[in-house]
Write a protein that binds this ligand. Structure first.
Ligand code: GLU
Length: 504
């Protein structure tokens, strides 16, 4: 890169839908390049297509960029507010003879070109000397010979014969400027030095270059067209087929730094071949010249793997802070303090197991979800249709109840259906307060109870787990039971036992 040149790049999304991971990768590469060179990263919202553009999508783009920590130096500029500038440029092109008015309609053109093998516009109005007016488009007068070279950092020099480019429209017959004109005017006006964007824009680039020269003597920016993102079938990622919205990944609890890391390697990787790395490495080593031009596979599974690694590298405290908003969103009626109290003893166990923050929420649902109901399939399989489950559950229940302090151990079920010991618990004299309802003790109890039925601990855990935590898989059982607490565990064991009776 020319050290003298003051780098100015722009990210120029069209707000016509959810913010696409491909857009995020483009934004990121622009941003990395700007940050590396001490240049400016500009955001330009290309909302000239009024029918498809919507401020909601713009808000989504801004939120997603901020979530990914891609900070903006200038903008957002809105093309919808800059129409005068484009029309002024159109007038300049007309007056300088680089553009002409045209009143042809499609049918006329097709009739004239039928059988000639000519594709596209046939330049009919080039010499008719029409004045611009309502109902007439403005066309660019493309040179009849020569080639236009796109200087692309990723692809090298790409040549286009000017004869392959027809006299394209700059302003529609209703007076609206078209995208190709707006982009060139803005890139000139904003002093853009490098245009880093999706590969799909490569075919329009020669048009932009011709237009650029017709409008100004300024140096044409350097281009970098980034490789397309594809799915596992090597198809271009599409909104209809694939999960492409950045918002969705945020929603499922991908950490922004994992997303950024993963996006960084979609088209570029450091020389040492590492894949998971801190952003400072990308800032130090990223190079547009090293960007690969073959399609990059966006592999959701790989992203999940990255995310799991990032989650595990967080401190418990940081992980808690990341998880908290997801829990609060899922359980709006539970206070933050209550959530934190239950989360705290389990947080490191969740952190080790969750690939996403949403998975973290799922792992904890046995603590917060109201009303509690075990997974029906697991209940059938592991509790109801099992030879030993009912007896084991009863045995465990009996032993858990016997864990109460000696003075209330002989309690019977009283009129409220609760044992006196449970009553004592709910009035504050907690079993756990006596150091009895704790993971190690519960584990011993289950080991002993299982042995009565010739069951190894792992096998004995399954029905207890489904009865109390609701699923066959999840967090370690005993730590979870400790946090769930004596009264709730007893209640759930009893409910499960009752279910087995229903089916007897
Ligand atoms: N607005 C275009 C898009 O969203 C980008 C155009 C450009 O970067 O030049 O695909």
């Amino acid at each position: 890169m020319d050290k003298e040149e003051h780098v100015r790049v722009r990210f120029a999304p069209s707000p016509t839908g959810y913010f696409h991971v491909g857009g995020a990768r483009t934004a990121l590469y622009n941003w990395l390049f700007a940050r590396q060179s001490g240049g400016k990263f500009i955001l330009r919202i290309e909302d000239t297509d009024t029918e498809r553009s919507d401020p909601t999508w713009t808000a989504g783009i801004l939120q997603a960029l901020s979530w990914l920590n891609i900070n903006i130096d200038e903008g957002p500029y809105f093309q919808s507010e800059r129409k005068d500038l484009y029309l002024k440029a159109a007038e300049k092109l007309f007056l300088s003879g680089n553009a002409y008015a045209c009143d042809c309609n499609r049918e006329d053109v097709l009739k004239r070109t039928e059988g000639t093998g000519h594709v596209g516009y046939d330049n009919y109005c080039r010499d008719r000397g029409l004045a611009p007016a309502d109902g007439r488009v403005l066309r660019f007068l493309t040179p009849d010979s020569g080639i236009t070279v796109v200087n692309d950092i990723v692809r090298g020099e790409v040549e286009f014969a000017n004869t392959s480019i027809d006299d394209f429209v700059l302003v529609k017959s209703n007076g609206d400027p078209l995208f190709v004109l707006a982009v060139v005017v803005d890139d000139q006006d904003m002093g853009i030095t490098h245009i880093i964007r999706a590969e799909e824009h490569l075919p329009t680039t020669p048009k932009a270059i011709l237009l650029w020269h017709a409008l100004s003597d300024k140096k044409v920016p350097t281009f970098a067209h980034l490789p397309v993102l594809v799915n596992e079938k090597r198809q271009k990622l599409s909104k209809r087929r694939d999960k492409v919205a950045v918002e969705e990944y945020k929603e499922m609890g991908i950490l922004p730094e994992a997303m950024v890391n993963y996006l960084t390697i979609l088209g570029w990787s450091p020389k040492d071949g590492s894949e998971i790395f801190e952003q400072k490495k990308a800032l130090a080593e990223f190079s547009l010249k090293e960007v690969n031009h073959s399609p990059a596979f966006f592999d959701e599974k790989r992203l999940l793997y990255f995310n799991g690694q990032y989650i595990r590298a967080l401190s418990d405290q940081d992980f808690t802070q990341r998880l908290l908003p997801y829990l609060e969103e899922s359980y709006p009626k539970i206070s933050r303090d209550d959530i934190l109290e239950k989360l705290e003893p389990l947080v490191s166990l969740v952190k080790e197991r969750a690939a996403t923050l949403r998975e973290g929420v799922d792992l904890l649902d046995f603590l917060f979800k109201e009303p509690f109901a075990p997974d029906e399939e697991d209940l059938q399989k592991v509790v109801i249709n099992s030879d030993f489950s009912r007896q084991l559950l009863e045995e465990v229940l009996k032993r858990f109840l016997a864990l109460t302090p000696a003075d209330s151990r002989n309690s019977a079920v009283n009129a409220t259906g609760k044992t006196e010991s449970e009553e004592a618990i709910t009035t504050g004299e907690k079993v756990s307060g006596h150091g009895l309802f704790v993971a190690e003790v519960l584990k011993d109890i289950l080991t002993e109870s299982g042995a009565l039925f010739d069951l190894k601990l792992a096998k004995a855990q399954a029905p207890i787990r489904v009865a109390t935590l609701g699923k066959k898989t999840g967090l370690p059982l005993f730590e979870s039971l400790e946090v769930l607490g004596f009264p709730e565990v007893i209640k759930r064991l009893r409910a499960a036992i009752e279910k087995t009776s229903d089916n007897k």
